[in-house]
Design a protein around this ligand. Sequence first.
Ligand SMILES: NC(=O)c1ccc[n+]([C@@H]2O[C@H](COP(=O)([O-])OP(=O)(O)OC[C@H]3O[C@@H](n4cnc5c(N)ncnc54)[C@H](O)[C@@H]3O)[C@@H](O)[C@H]2O)c1
Length: 246
Amino acid sequence: MRLQGKHTLVTGGASGLGEAMVRRFVAEGASVIIADIDAAAGQALADELGEASRFARLDVTSEADWQSVLRTVDRLDVVVNNAGITTFGSIEDVTLDQFRHEMDIDAIGVFLGCKFTIPLMKAHGGSLINISSMCGVRAQPDLLAYNAAKAAVIHMTKSIALHCARQGYGIRCNTILPGLIVTPIQDKVLAQTDDPKAVYDGWVAGHPIGRLGKPEEIAAMAVYLASDESAFTTGAEFRVDGGSSL
Ligand SMILES: NC(=O)c1ccc[n+]([C@@H]2O[C@H](COP(=O)([O-])OP(=O)(O)OC[C@H]3O[C@@H](n4cnc5c(N)ncnc54)[C@H](O)[C@@H]3O)[C@@H](O)[C@H]2O)c1
């Protein structure tokens, strides 16, 4: 029960890494708001987990959604800005609309998530956990927009961490950089490629540990960052990537 009594919110909590974090946070004694645009999956997960969690429909790119969801919240101790998409394509392929859409969800969504929840935490402290990617430090030719958005998350995390520390809020802000983890997002990426099998085999080969990761392995890092065990940790990047960023 490492998160006993903590009030938490996980964006993109209806699927993949977010779902794994929601399940683990509840198992560790937290209450969790599952914030997602996928109402069917989010509500089903909340129904399964019982009174420790509830679903809230939230598009992370919408200021109005953040305001309306947070109007009903008295206290937050932990926020995981996890919702994201992956746009496949090089500088020559990606359109301006695609680039803006990627930045909107993966970078601006994190900005809004921190901006709107800090006021609910600053009286008592808390933990902001931003999900970047090893693609935020290792560039790939076919992930132009995703590389840019995830690099933005890493640097924004450090700026937020410094601001909160200097203001004396007791709010930590850290980022997790997952390697490739087996979740539905990968099917969405593979569907955008010409040769999905070759791309998948290349992914495995890019992880020195010899396999892709599991969502629970990211959730384990998130529990550490959400708990008081990480009280002296802020502005840090945690690579959970099977060595793929080396
Ligand atoms: N799976 C990986 O290999 C991997 C690796 C590195 C980083 N990540 C990052 O982890 C995060 C989660 O990825 P995942 O693999 O679990 O993906 P996923 O597709 O399984 O889940 C993403 C969730 O985000 C939600 N979502 C999408 N747009 C949203 C929006 N505008 N507002 C609110 N919710 C929205 C989706 O409905 C979905 O429930 C993403 O930020 C992703 O970039 C994933």
